[in-house]
Design a protein around this ligand. Structure first.
Ligand SMILES: [Mn+2]
Length: 429
């Protein structure tokens, strides 16, 4: 395996940080021991945690107005995999890449799987795309895809999703994520009931093509690109569709796909209650589907989501195996740096949720002791778990300070010499 960053560089920098890290880890260990928590056990759980990165997240995103590429940006799936390998090599929590078709199309998927493996990577959920037209496509998605009025358009969208499953089987994936841009901009534009009927009929054809061990993850979104209605607008529509489709259909929660201030952690608890929690797209939001870096705006919400996930894991309903993925648009940062930072934030929230004194929380809840119940969460949220993550990373061969190691490696400027420039343009990705 030839990894993109020099192992010597990582080892040299880790040696510089080692003494301070041991000191911080020991101090935190003593603090946690006073409440009966074994820090090494938490570190082991952190070491077992992972979140996938999206292939498209390796490139610079854009807004509706413009995209500002950076030198050395990846231009194809091979270069994206190399960048994802940097994130995994340094951070050690992102061993899988979620591909998107047709953006990541190649002629030989067996070779692509081997290429990823040689970089220390596997593949996560396969994402289909029926929200934009491709060159040479027979039917336009301008008026919808799985919910389109035109039967041939719906069939084309079904066929594309089935092709994604077939590609995913070759890549070792077991999940298909389906998000559709179908919806309307004007009252009266489509019949709200019949469009959902058409979606369900088309989605059931995709469902029928799932291998036994596969899941179909339905991603809801309240608005954009359609601004009056979307066909799978919210978690309610999503869970009803998933229930109608069958046990392999689950709901995927993208943190940015809700109205502002919606209680997303409660949605997590509800979906889990009905055995329909399929996965997450992590990002953060100030106003809408901003796709900002995870935890950059509201890290407390991210912690509360993980708190519900820990509760869900302790009370499994039809299994508990949510698929975690970062789904962000990096408009103003180096995407590798954003994903390193975001993966660390997500893991921190996971670790803090593990540190909640569940017995104290549950006892306070039973006793209607509001303040102590809140404090049980607050104590865990206020802990600085950075030493636990850094030690887990170091033991797995990653960097204690991921951003420092990345910058010292000069990876991006090296790639700027090798890779062809990305063109200017608009584009949400
Ligand atoms: Mn998403």
């Amino acid at each position: 395996m030839t990894l993109p960053i020099s192992a010597d560089l990582i080892a040299t920098r880790n040696a510089v940080h080692a003494e301070a890290l041991e000191d911080d880890y020991a101090a935190l260990g003593r603090k946690l021991a006073r409440t009966g928590i074994d820090i090494d056990a938490i570190k082991d759980r952190v070491a077992g945690f992972s979140v996938a990165v999206p292939s498209w997240g390796a490139g610079r995103g854009g807004t509706r107005f413009a995209k500002f590429p950076i030198p050395g940006e990846p231009t194809n799936i091979h270069e994206k995999l190399e960048d994802c390998a940097v994130i995994q090599q340094l951070g050690r929590v992102t061993p899988r890449v979620s591909p998107h078709f047709p953006w990541d199309k190649v002629s030989d998927y067996k070779a692509l799987r081997e290429e990823a493996a040689s970089l220390g990577l596997g593949f996560d959920a396969v994402n289909s795309n029926t929200f934009q037209d491709q060159a040479g496509q027979a039917h336009t998605y301008a008026n919808g895809s799985l919910a389109a009025q035109d039967a041939a358009t719906r069939q084309q969208a079904v066929d594309h999703n089935i092709e994604c499953i077939e590609i995913g089987v070759q890549l070792g994936s077991t999940d298909l994520t389906v998000w559709v841009g179908d919806g309307t901009n004007f009252p009266g534009q489509q019949d709200l009931g019949r469009s959902l009927d058409r979606y369900l009929e088309a989605a059931s054809k995709i469902y029928a093509a799932l291998p036994d061990d596969w899941r179909m993850l339905l991603e809801h979104k309240m608005f954009e690109p359609a601004f009056y209605s979307t066909v799978i607008s919210d978690w309610g529509s999503s869970v009803l569709a998933a229930q109608e489709l069958g046990p392999k259909a689950k709901c995927l929660v993208d943190l940015g796909h809700h109205a502002p201030n919606v209680n997303i952690e409660q949605i997590v608890a509800r979906l889990h209650r009905f055995g329909k929690l399929g996965g997450f797209h992590f990002n953060d939001s100030k106003y809408g589907d901003d796709d900002l870096d995870s935890g950059s705006i509201n890290p407390h919400q991210l912690f509360l989501v993980f708190n519900e996930l820990v509760e869900a894991e302790l009370n499994p309903k039809e299994g508990f195996n949510p698929s975690y993925m970062i789904d962000q648009s990096h408009n103003v940062t180096d995407p590798i740096e954003s994903m390193l930072s975001s993966a660390e934030t997500i893991t921190q929230c996971f670790a803090k949720a593990q540190l909640v004194d569940r017995a104290a929380l549950h006892a306070a809840q039973e006793a209607n002791d509001t303040m102590m119940a809140f404090q049980a969460l607050r104590r865990a949220y206020n802990l600085d778990v950075a030493p636990i993550l850094a030690k887990a990373r170091m033991e797995a061969g990653g960097a204690v300070d991921v951003l420092e190691a990345y910058r010292l490696s000069q990876y991006r400027s090296r790639k700027a010499q090798e890779r062809k420039a990305v063109g200017l343009g608009a584009g949400i990705v």
